[in-house]
Design a protein around this ligand. Structure first.
Ligand SMILES: Cc1ncc(COP(=O)(O)O)c(C=O)c1O
Length: 351
């Protein structure tokens, strides 16, 4: 909490994944809003609405389905040019739902979307959630690690107004899978949602220690905190900062090189350690360009040397390169860039 400068009133529990943490957030929001009655009686009639941007990770769709709220009640709010949620559009969607007798339940804001690491405007979203008394869950699964750097704290402004927050040390904080740090404002709401006490779970220490089985879905738990503790001990806070800064610098250096190349194009801003680009020879057809980039991605991955992923921005196929391996150095990134250029050249000559 101190490392990321998270609000001091947050209380945390380690979950397996961000998907589980987000499910916990949505279930807690549901239970709190129903005065904990849905747990008892089931859902009679569902009026609840959940909001996130069109770029939000699919774990929210999954959580909404599992929580019995229904995919159709997940409102995908429009994004701006940077692919971040538009607060005006959020407010309009809420107003429209209220007008139609629906009940706004939860907003999920992303600090770093999966597709393009877009950062939703937290202060404006938190203001709306306060105004309409809606649960605010913040998904910082990947990019949340950047909060160790004071220069990235801007993205967490107003985080103290959030009801829940998740980030994954197993993504970009050098910790082996799985380890997801979940924080909540009101731990009692979390416990009221998940607590269940059969005879065989009554212990002498009840009330004196945190029974983490009541802070999430699973009963049995791995000792995930131990490996995270070793990571922090091994690198130290400054050491973690140094590595994270190094990854971001490497990503920015690669971005500059791609920008200078006539046949490649940067497709989204490099805010963190992920670079979004495509091979961009002079071809008019979007389909043809997309097909070339898909072929390029598969050829690069088939080399077995590096592994890249992709997304689509509007209709454009975009290749993503994540520079987040703990000990990655400039020479590795340079070698990867070399491979990308050479593979593109070979494919181009065979077209
Ligand atoms: C923004 C974001 N949220 C949630 C997730 C889901 O993470 P997990 O695999 O820990 O469930 C991801 C995974 O890529 C992600 O990028």
């Amino acid at each position: 909490k101190e490392m990321l400068d998270l609000p001091s009133h947050f209380e945390g529990v380690i979950q397996d994944t961000a998907s589980s943490a987000t499910l916990c957030a949505i279930l807690t929001a549901r239970e709190q809003a129903s005065n904990y009655q849905i747990n008892q009686q089931g859902m009679n009639k569902n009026n609840y609405r959940i909001y996130c941007s069109s770029q939000t990770h699919s774990s929210v769709d999954k959580a909404v389905r599992i929580a019995g709220l229904g995919q159709e009640n997940l409102v995908k709010v429009e994004v701006d040019k940077q692919l971040a949620l538009k607060p005006d559009a959020l407010q309009e969607a809420i107003e429209s739902d209220l007008y139609h007798g629906l009940q706004p339940l939860c907003v999920v804001a992303s600090l770093g979307t999966t597709g393009t690491t877009a950062v939703d405007p937290l202060t404006a979203i938190a203001g709306i959630c306060q105004e309409y008394k809606i649960w605010l869950h913040v998904d910082a699964a990947f990019s949340g690690t950047a909060l160790v750097l004071p220069e990235y704290r801007w993205m967490a402004k107003s985080l103290e107004l959030a009801d829940s927050f998740v980030f994954n040390p197993h993504k970009w904080m050098f910790t082996n899978f799985d380890c997801s740090a979940y924080y909540v404002k009101d731990v009692q709401a979390l416990i009221n949602t998940f607590s269940i006490l059969p005879e065989y779970l009554k212990t002498k220490t009840r009330g004196q220690v945190n029974d983490y089985r009541d802070w999430g879905i699973a009963l049995g738990r791995r000792f995930r905190a131990l490996k995270l503790w070793f990571v922090i001990r091994n690198f130290g806070v400054e050491g973690i900062r140094e590595r994270v800064r190094c990854h971001i610098d490497l990503a920015k250096e690669l971005t500059a090189k791609i920008e200078q190349h006539a046949d490649f194009k940067i497709m989204a801003p490099t805010l963190f350690n992920v670079v979004f680009f495509r091979f961009n020879p002079a071809i008019d057809s979007v389909e043809e360009l997309n097909a070339r980039n898909e072929k390029l991605l598969h050829a690069i991955n088939a080399s077995g040397t590096i592994y890249l992923t992709h997304t689509k921005i509007a209709d454009n196929y975009v290749i993503r390169m994540v520079i987040g391996q703990t000990y990655v150095e400039e020479r590795h990134v340079q070698k990867a860039w070399q491979l990308i250029q050479e593979t593109a050249k070979i494919l181009d000559s065979t077209e």
